[in-house]
Design a protein around this ligand. Structure first.
Ligand code: NDP
Ligand code: ZN
Length: 355
């Protein structure tokens, strides 16, 4: 059987292809997407060649869907189940997973399989490894359109706050308030931050940042953000910096605005630049106890179930991220191109697919 999918044909090239349908191993599942969303990472992958050359690889790693087939060893899922599919689907028996870093199972970033090492979710059918460990049932009381945000945006943004170890009463600066950074704000807020300075320039993102708990917005186009943060904190700086936007040079700004003993949590995908420079003086000539912790989001079933419980209890509302809705499988291309163009009112587009 052949399936159709929206694929990276080569660096800078995207198009529809047909290829053999994936096969289901004994522990695996085959899923048909019902809601998908493009990611800024898809744009970096195709148009910036950030992960190198790929040809005829189906794109996409954010989906909820319906299980079409399960392998004979799968215990908790069956054909017809509605599921949340995390962007990161580790090999749970791998030694790096046992070390506590399932997102790096096999190799660095190895848990990120969809639209990286294998075909992604923008196909008529896609393969999920280790279904019992990598799928979560979509609860009836969560809108599938909201649930698709959990697969990557929520988990990644929250992870920035986790990486920085945000604590009760911390002052936080979140650099970047696209869909990931907005979730960094929401995560820091849920973890008990007090002042949250959110850095961005687009008004719609700024509005949602405030709804998610930002106390002040800083526009990086209106002056140096280090100066702006220091001015707002009586020259003290902040306890934690979360990075979900900017470039390799953003780390220098983060170090400069951080108090001694503070942490930087970064989930930004660095598509260019050879090195990250750390300013010596503001790093307290090497002795400032300023930590940088940067990582790929965790994935897997348990993570998705926990995020879903935050939605079910009304503590977190991912629907605020969705600004553009498309209907129909063929509209994936429009959604991805919209993400590439990033009009100022865009936070996140989704595509609903009725089969
Ligand atoms: P967006 O491009 O939508 O958002 C980027 C944000 O950074 C915007 O608020 C933008 O401001 C701001 N920004 C841009 N340049 C600067 C600058 N020089 N200084 C300060 N702020 C700046 O991206 P997403 O939110 O979709 O994703 C953020 C990053 O996370 C991406 O690199 C993405 O690839 C990565 N990612 C990482 C994952 C992980 O697991 N680690 C998973 C998923 C994504 P504005 O647009 O308002 O001007
Ligand atoms: Zn992504």
């Amino acid at each position: 059987m052949k399936i159709k999918g929206l694929a990276m044909l080569g660096i800078g090239k995207m198009g529809w292809i047909e290829k053999e349908a994936p096969k289901c191993g004994p522990l695996d599942a085959l899923v048909r997407p019902t809601v998908v969303a493009p990611c800024t990472s898809d744009i970096h992958t195709v148009w910036e060649g950030a992960i190198g050359e790929r040809s005829d690889m189906i794109l996409g790693h954010e989906a909820v869907g319906e299980v079409m087939e399960v392998g004979e060893l799968v215990k908790d899922f069956k054909k017809g189940d509605k599921v949340i599919v995390p962007a990161i689907t580790p090999d749970w028996g791998d030694i790096n997973s046992q070390r506590g870093f399932p997102m790096h199972s096999g190799e660095a970033l190895g848990g990120w399989k969809f639209s990286n090492f294998k075909d992604g979710v923008f196909g008529e059918l896609f393969h999920v490894n280790e279904a019992d460990a990598n799928l979560a049932i979509l609860p009836d009381d969560i809108d599938p359109i909201s649930a698709v945000m959990l697969t990557d945006m929520s988990t990644t943004g929250f992870h920035a706050a986790e990486l920085a170890e945000v604590k009760l009463g911390d002052t936080v600066c979140a650099i970047g308030i696209g869909p990931v950074g907005l979730n960094a704000v929401a995560g820091a807020n849920l973890m008990g931050a007090s002042h949250i300075y959110a850095v961005g320039s687009r008004p719609d993102c700024a509005r949602v940042a405030k709804e998610y708990g930002a106390t002040e917005i800083i526009n990086y186009k209106e002056g140096d953000i280090v100066e702006q943060v220091l001015a707002k904190t009586n020259g003290l700086g902040v306890d934690k910096v979360l990075i979900a936007g900017g470039t390799v040079d953003t780390f220098a700004q983060a170090v400069k605005m951080l108090k001694p003993g503070g942490n930087i949590g970064s989930v930004n995908y660095l598509g260019s630049g050879e090195f990250i420079k750390i300013p010596r003086i503001e790093w307290a000539v090497g002795m400032g106890h300023k930590r940088i912790n940067a990582g790929l989001t965790p994935g897997g079933r348990h993570r998705m179930e926990k995020l879903a419980s935050l939605v079910q209890t009304g503590k977190y509302d991912p629907s605020k991220l969705i600004t553009h809705k498309f209907e129909g499988f063929d509209k994936m291309e429009d959604a991805l191109l919209l993400m590439k163009d990033k009009p100022s009112d865009l936070i996140k587009p989704i595509v609903e697919i009725k089969w």
